[in-house]
Ligand binder design. Structure first.
Ligand code: HEC
Length: 107
């Protein structure tokens, strides 16, 4: 029997996440500060995840979750959640990307 796991482990860490799992994690761990919904308004400090999806690459999102800038309000989630959870969060955030100006809630 072939194992799908072999193919998946060949991908970079941040590409292997499960966006559905990431959505659940985002609601639990991130929504206190961030707007984590797919239709989050574009804002900063802290940015909505829909905004982050537009202006950050997956690599950048991954590193900002695992190693946020010190002396900012973002907790060091990477020390609490395991790498797989961070991958899931990156997959979820990246899945929110849509063209700027696209109608909200139309998918
Ligand atoms: C206690 C509030 C708080 C919580 C909880 C929190 N964040 Fe943040 N986050 C911030 C703030 C404030 C910033 C903006 C300052 C900065 O960039 O360090 C930020 C920045 C970020 C950025 C970088 C945005 C950018 O483009 O510069 C990402 C990505 C991010 N958070 C993801 C997450 C994820 C994923 C979680 C949940 C696992 C989370 N945050 C939980 C407050 C929070």
């Amino acid at each position: 029997m072939y194992s799908l796991g072999v193919a998946l482990t060949a991908l970079p860490a941040f590409a292997a996440g499960d966006p559905d799992q990431g959505r659940a994690l985002a609601k639990e761990w991130c929504s206190e500060c961030h707007d984590v919904s797919a239709n989050g308004a574009f804002k900063l400090d802290p940015p909505s995840f829909a905004a982050v999806a537009v202006y950050r690459s997956e690599e950048q999102i991954f590193s900002r979750i695992s190693l946020p800038a010190p002396h900012h309000g973002m907790p060091r989630i990477g020390l609490i959640l395991d790498l797989e959870a961070v991958d899931d969060l990156v997959a979820y955030i990246a899945s929110l990307e849509r063209p700027i100006g696209a109608a909200n809630g139309s998918n």
